[in-house]
Structure formats: C-alpha cells, structure tokens
Design a binder for this molecule. Structure first.
Ligand code: C5P
Length: 226
C-alpha cells in the first residue's frame, strides 16, 4: 500500500485570476493526478452560511456551519465539468459569482473554519498524485509537497480574465467593479493572520501576465519534471 506521505503533490497557489483554476485542471489531466480545488470548499461554506442566514462574522455559528456542511465534488453528466454539491444541492453556478468569492474570503479568515476543512483537504492526497489549487496549499496544508508553484499576474490582467470568465457564464459584471472587488479580496487574503496568501519559501514563482495558458501549463509541468 502506498503511504499518503509518499504520494506526490504539486501545489499551485496564487491570487484570484492568476490562472490557477484552469492551469491546475489542465496539469492534473496531463499528469493523470487528482485535483483539489480548495477555493470551492471555502465558497461552499460561505454559501451554506449565507443560505442559513448566518452573520458571516459570527465565528461560532460559521464554524458550526463549516463542520456540518456536506461538500461533494461530482463529475457532470457530460464529463466535462465538476459539479459542487453543498448539502445535496448543486450549487456550482452560485459558487462561481464574485459575491460567493467575497463570502468565501470573509469566512476563510476564521481560524476554526480553516481547521475544520483540513482533514477533508488532506484526504485528497491519493495515488498516483495530487494537484492542489488554493492560497495556502504549499505553506500550510501540504508543506512537504515535492513541487510548489505560485502564480501571479498584474491586477488589471487578473480582473480582465475573471471578467471574461464570468461574462461567458452569463453573469452581469463590470470590469472596473470586478477589479475593485478582486483587489479588496486579495488584500484581505494576503493580510489575514492565519494562512495568508503568500508564496511558500520553496515555491517557483510564475508571472502569467500576457502568457498564453498552454505556456503556463508547460512551465508548471517543467517544475514537476525537474
Ligand atoms: O480560489 P477561489 O477564488 O475559489 O477562493 C475563494 C476564496 O477562498 C479566496 O479569496 C480565499 O479567501 C479563500 N481560500 C483560502 N484558502 C484556500 C483557497 C481559498 O482562504 N486554500
């Protein structure tokens, strides 16, 4: 039996719109490894707390919510997408909005909420390997990962990418509003006391500004193969 500690992990951390989600999915497909979208867990808890009418700054109530929320990832029927079920409800579309991102960022600054999601994240580490996408994958959850990448891009480019993504999903957003929201979310993620958004000391930094996605994928695969 392969012990969890020897299952290889590639961590891909970075701010929103840095390309992490797409790159992680493509790299996981190329390697045949599992994928952990840790942001979806925080979005799911934020969503469940909102659906229950909780005040997102109520530490005890939100922590209880994080502990009891059932989150499941399920391949879509056409096999092209992953659906996220929150307490049995397919919340994938609601979770993609910037409102869900802001709620996730609010509850993600609560240490006991983060703690309640640790075991679930560690459980994704199974053979033949794991690509873990998030903010603290290389620093807190998988500090012993063999391969670590931190993706960045200019704030303007990150906003443009998110704008395109959300527009394609049919959501109504403005570029300037989105850029303000993304900058506020990243500032909160980077300045929080627990598991702040920052590169691990041993991460390879990749600035994806102006870089086509296949080039970023090739760079990340090169990190795994080096
Ligand atoms: O990556 P995504 O945009 O889905 O993440 C939503 C929010 O969840 C982030 O802004 C961050 O506050 C939080 N998050 C986190 N730690 C992670 C992943 C996401 O705090 N590992």
């Amino acid at each position: 039996m392969i012990r969890p500690a020897v299952v290889p992990v590639l961590t891909i951390d970075g701010p929103s719109g840095s390309g992490k989600g797409t790159v992680s999915r493509l790299v996981a497909e190329r390697l045949g490894w599992r994928l952990l979208d840790s942001g979806a867990l925080y979005r799911a808890v934020g969503y469940a707390a909102g659906a229950a009418g909780l005040d997102l700054s109520d530490v005890e109530a939100v922590t209880r919510c994080a502990q009891s929320t059932k989150i499941r990832f399920q391949p879509s029927t056409d096999g092209h997408d992953t659906r996220v079920l929150v307490n049995g409800h397919d919340a994938t579309d609601e979770l993609r909005t910037e409102t869900a991102g802001a709620a996730a960022s609010a509850i993600a600054s609560i240490p006991s909420v983060r703690q309640s999601l640790v075991d679930m994240q560690l459980g994704f580490r199974r053979a033949p390997g794991l690509v873990a996408d998030g903010r603290d994958m290389g620093t807190v959850i998988f500090p012993d990962a063999a391969h670590k990448v931190f993706l960045t891009a200019s704030a303007a480019e990150r906003a443009k990418r998110r704008y395109k993504q959300l527009k394609e999903k049919g959501l109504s957003v403005t570029l300037s509003g989105l850029q303000r929201e993304i900058e506020a979310r990243d500032a909160r993620d980077a300045s929080r006391a627990v598991a702040p958004l920052k590169p691990a000391a041993d991460a390879v930094l990749v600035d994806t500004t102006g870089m086509p996605i296949d080039e970023v994928v090739a760079k990340v695969l090169a990190v795994v193969q080096s």
